[in-house]
Design a protein around this ligand. Sequence first.
Ligand code: 5GP
Ligand code: MG
Length: 193
Amino acid sequence: MHDDIEKILYTEAEIIAGINRVAGEITTAFLGKKFTVVSVLKGSCVFASDLIRRIPIPLELAFVSASSYGDGTLSGQLDLNFFPTDQEVRGRRLLLVDDILDTGRTMHSLVSAFRERGALEVLSCVFLDKPSRRAVDYQADFRCFEVENLFVVGYGLDFAGEYRNLPYVGALHPAVYDNPERTKGSPEPSPQT
Ligand code: 5GP
Ligand code: MG
């Protein structure tokens, strides 16, 4: 698995330092306010679990999955699953947590969906931000790291379902995603990424 990584972008120690910084910002923003962290499955589960343990104020945890079908970079069509109940959304302050902000379509659609369902406030936090790829005008309220336009894996982020368990973030060797045995095309987001 490690042999498939061309270069390490963020080590485990750097990741923890970044999460500590963002957890502090989130704690300040939500001090004295009840809120729910909504982790976008599957990619953000590793980040969200480390993040919430560094936020020392009351919070609840929920999950949602956003699957993009076909060419996720063009269609912007998202299928939402495991959506929290109305009781968990209505009148609540939410912090949506995702692994990476790429075109921005996933977060933009999710924020709208939660607002339509009656959330009082919807803020967002992303582990990684790839601003060079943005297709919709959207910025996260909190982010750990910026990355250049590379396909990255590890720390929850996958390629063809694998590499989520790498403890660091790395750029995948092009030989891996150019291998027809491993993929039918380019490393586009797959359902429930
Ligand atoms: P967006 O809707 O912002 O274009 O897409 C965000 C989703 O695309 C992320 O949650 C992630 O699942 C996937 N994605 C975008 N860029 C990458 C990347 O470099 N690596 C991986 N593994 N997934 C990515
Ligand atoms: Mg995702």
